[in-house]
Design a protein around this ligand. Structure first.
Ligand code: HEM
Length: 471
């Protein structure tokens, strides 16, 4: 029976391709409805998520492209640097193709749906004010003040969920950039809602009470309502005072005009904000936690990173108060620690695209309309690319310029993460102060890791933060 059921699945999706189906990459479409999701979930719920792609490599060799049926649709998975690079660089043949759950939660007017020229325009409009040199020099002071006062506070709090607290910290920072003039109450209500939204993001799209996706849909509704309220108030204010003294991202989005003079609708502004506020704090919070934990678990690396920060502190001009971007650029070893954290942790283990036409990758067909997954995780965990890939070894980056496609923690091509520099700055400022003055003691150091939606210890890194010297 099982063989028969699997044949039906192949017949439904492959038969229409005619002779071309012989060009499909190796793999199978699994069971009707479920496809290969059971094997995927089994691996990602175990302590060895790499076993999923490794089973393809074992069965079909390292061709780096396999067929499967995932998240309710036939899918081609690309897993090697060359193949990922080809997909990421080809905007004509690949557009975003995220699972239904993600799309409905992030919104129809977010970048997940916007393509080509319109996508480029909105990227231009939003990326310089986040990631540009000028922008980063403006934000560094706020980031540092927030980090310093937050670390002080934690040190007096006893046991905390370190990850939960870091997510709050990174949320404060992204809110400052996007909605600087709003008060604490807006921030608190948004921050809580985001936890639910994120949990539903990579869950199965089951809209029934009790399921993560159902809670997330409700969270999205709340977010839309809060942001709509803020937008209404702002439009009323701007009618009275069209030139405010300072502008945040919401102001920029409200003012943006295309060549014909038309502006973004409320719906567009809200979806872009929801996307940015989410993407702009979850990953950075997680990576900051993992970098701290990995440093704490590797005393030699900790000492080396600390020595570099001490040097930076020693060389600081006496009149200069905070950190500068110049000093940030001098944190060479810390930068390797962060890159190595991004590589081993794989916060975004995969990205989703859809083929707009038949495309050949490594000689195999990706049929028009099929989903494509770029497996960033398998690139980073491939022993042919990174020897002993599970080892946390920042020194592997000494004199290493990664070849194209081999280092994709922020994706690549036209959809490269627009917050990559900001994220690295936040993480570095945090680690600077942590290394110089604090220690982390986890309550359950061997706590199991949950890999979906993002890798995290199941106890959210319950820990005590203690101050060891004046930072
Ligand atoms: C360590 C932190 C971060 C990691 C690991 C990360 C990772 C990624 C990755 C892998 C992508 C590409 C997904 C794809 O290929 O489709 C991406 C896209 C994106 N990221 Fe980040 N990100 C981080 C921080 C941030 C921050 C701080 C912001 C906002 C300020 C941000 C905003 C975005 C947005 C808006 C996109 C969509 C870009 C587009 O489709 O054009 N991210 N991020």
């Amino acid at each position: 029976v099982s063989g028969g059921a699997r044949k039906v699945q192949e017949w439904v999706y492959e038969w229409g391709l005619g002779e071309k189906r012989k060009k499909l990459p190796p793999g199978d479409l699994g069971w009707p409805i479920l496809g290969n999701m059971a094997a995927f979930l089994r691996a990602f719920k175990s302590n060895d998520p790499d076993s999923f792609i490794n089973s393809y490599i074992r069965r079909f060799s390292r061709v780096g492209i396999y067929k499967a049926y995932m998240f309710g649709t036939p899918t081609i998975m690309v897993t090697t640097p060359e193949n990922c690079k080809q997909v990421l660089m080809d905007d004509e043949h690949f557009v975003p193709g995220w699972p239904k759950a993600t799309c409905e939660l992030v919104g129809k007017k977010s970048f997940l749906f916007i393509v080509h020229e319109e996508h480029k325009r909105l990227r231009r409009l939003t990326s310089a004010p986040i990631n540009g040199f000028e922008a980063l020099s403006t934000y560094i002071e706020f980031i540092e003040d927030t980090v310093v006062s937050t670390l002080e506070k934690w040190a007096g709090m006893g046991e905390i969920e370190f990850l939960t607290e870091l997510r709050r910290l990174t949320f404060k920072i992204i809110m400052k950039i996007f909605l600087s003039s709003e008060g604490d109450s807006i921030m608190e209500s948004l921050e809580k809602v985001y936890t639910d939204l994120n949990h539903g993001m990579r869950a199965m799209a089951i809209n029934l009470p009790g399921f993560a996706y159902n809670r997330a849909l409700k969270a999205r509704k709340k977010l839309v309502a809060v942001l709509q309220g803020v937008l209404n108030e702002r439009r009323a204010e701007r009618a009275k005072n069209p030139h405010p003294a300072t502008k945040d991202m919401m102001d920029r989005l409200m003012e943006a005009e295309d060549e014909t003079g038309s502006r973004l609708s409320n719906e567009e502004i809200i979806d872009i904000m929801i996307m940015y506020l989410n993407a702009g704090h979850e990953s950075s919070g997680h990576i900051t936690m993992w970098a701290t934990v990995l440093l704490q678990d590797h005393p030699e690396i900790f000492q080396k990173a600390k020595a570099e920060q001490e040097e930076i502190r020693r060389n600081k001009p006496p009149m200069q108060k905070g950190l500068t971007l110049k000093e940030f650029r001098k944190m060479e070893y810390l930068s390797k620690v962060i890159d190595e954290t991004l590589r081993v942790v794989n916060i975004s283990f995969v990205a989703f695209r859809q083929a707009t036409d038949d495309v050949y990758v490594n000689g195999y067909l990706i049929p028009k309309g099929w989903r494509v997954q770029t497996w960033y995780r398998s690139v980073h965990m491939d022993p042919q690319v990174y020897p002993d890939p599970k080892d946390f070894n920042p020194s592997r980056w000494d004199d290493l310029t990664p070849k194209p496609g081999t280092f994709l923690p922020f994706g690549g091509g036209s959809r490269l993460c627009p917050g990559n520099e900001l994220a690295k700055l936040e993480i570095s400022v945090f680690l600077h102060h942590f290394l110089l003055g604090y220690q982390l003691a986890r309550v359950n150091p061997t706590c199991p890791i949950r890999y979906l939606p993002h890798p995290r210890p199941m106890d959210n890194c319950l820990a005590n933060i203690t101050k060891i010297s004046a930072a």
